[in-house]
Write a protein that binds this ligand. Structure first.
Ligand SMILES: [Mg+2]
Ligand SMILES: [Zn+2]
Length: 343
């Protein structure tokens, strides 16, 4: 029995407590040790606090609150990869002398500490500031990287100061992954029905690929000799602008019915963003197929079977149907694949 200000509170608290979360294996509400609480397996949330674990019920409660907040504010949740998505980073010690020089010369290359004894050059992807500014209006943002926590936090700090990234997002790193070398939405405190992922790597997302809007891989290094002399504007990657257009379509389509509301007792929002992503990808493919039809006619390449396949069939979530639809038309293939949606 525990005494607090002369009152007996021990039994009362422990009988009522549902033990929602644990810090250092002790319940954050009643202090009881996890072994004595009889709760199901908990999930660590080291990116919030290194000793914190949550029960499934508590994760659901937080996600329900988050969902209501997102719906009230007409937002969705966006999970962003770092490397080759928002930035390209390389250890300083691995840079050529020309590349080292470019750190001084090019405006958006910065140096951060990667660990105790090395530094990293970080090149921001063209358009990252505009991208962050625009997506922040319609999404809450998280970072999810396979890099270490220290690295993720350093890059986040840089993005805050140089690209207007929100100060307090969830910064999820390698240490938070439940499965080795796999990312998963199990550690994200938003319901999967309202989460969109932007990442250059598809395979890492295991069973969450339906949430993914894939972005083309950004590579700045190695800087070729010719680029060193060239204007910095030679780096003309426009993927962030393209992906923003897709995200904006997904958001407008999700909130198209003006009165999406979570009724009391209702478990999830009436819409699932994964269905919306699929529909938007399909529309973009259809648009591309119309472009292809036009260019095929212009260039006198008429393969009716290919055009019919592309125009009428709903694509599966891989490249096979596209490959089979365009057996001979390389230009058309690269045009479609540049959408970066299906592979
Ligand atoms: Mg990446
Ligand atoms: Zn408790």
């Amino acid at each position: 029995m525990m005494m607090e200000d002369g009152l007996e509170v021990y039994d009362y608290r422990r009988q009522q407590c549902v033990h929602p979360s644990f810090m250092n294996d002790n319940c954050t509400c009643c202090g009881q040790h996890i072994v004595d609480c009889g709760v199901p397996a908990t999930t660590p949330f080291g990116y919030i606090h290194h000793d914190l674990t949550l029960t499934p019920d508590e994760i659901k409660r937080i996600r329900d609150d988050n969902l209501q907040y997102l719906l009230d504010n007409k937002k969705l949740h966006l999970v962003l990869d770092l490397d080759h998505t928002l930035i390209h980073a390389k250890r300083i010690e691995n840079l050529t002398s020309e590349e080292k020089e470019s750190i001084e010369r090019v405006d958006d290359i910065y140096t951060i500490f990667g660990g105790t004894n090395y530094s990293i050059a970080v090149k921001l992807r063209p358009g990252v500031k505009e991208f962050i500014e625009k997506v922040s209006c319609i999404f809450d943002l998280s970072i999810y990287t396979m890099g270490s926590r220290d690295y993720a936090r350093e890059v986040h700090k840089l993005l805050v100061s140089k690209a207007g990234f929100p100060v307090c997002p969830w910064v999820i790193a390698r240490e938070d992954c439940v499965k080795e070398k796999k990312k998963g939405l199990g550690v994200v405190l938003s319901h999967e029905k309202v989460v969109v992922i932007v990442d250059d790597t598809r395979d890492v997302w295991g069973s969450c690929k339906e949430n993914l809007v894939r972005i083309g891989r950004y590579e700045y290094f190695p800087v070729k000799d010719a680029d060193v002399d060239a204007d910095a504007d030679a780096d003309d990657d426009a993927e962030l602008a393209r992906v923003y257009d897709t995200l904006q379509k997904v958001h407008s389509e999700f909130y198209f019915d003006d009165n999406i509301q979570l009724l009391e007792g209702e478990e999830c929002s009436p819409k699932d963003v994964r269905d919306v992503i699929k529909a938007v990808k399909y529309d973009e493919l259809e648009f591309a197929s119309r472009q292809l039809q036009t260019s095929s006619l212009m260039f006198g390449v008429e393969d009716e079977e290919s055009i019919a396949l592309c125009g009428r069939k709903r694509p599966r979530d891989d490249t096979s149907i596209i490959s089979s639809a365009f057996p001979l038309q390389k230009e058309a293939m690269s045009f479609i694949l540049n959408l970066s949606m299906f592979n």
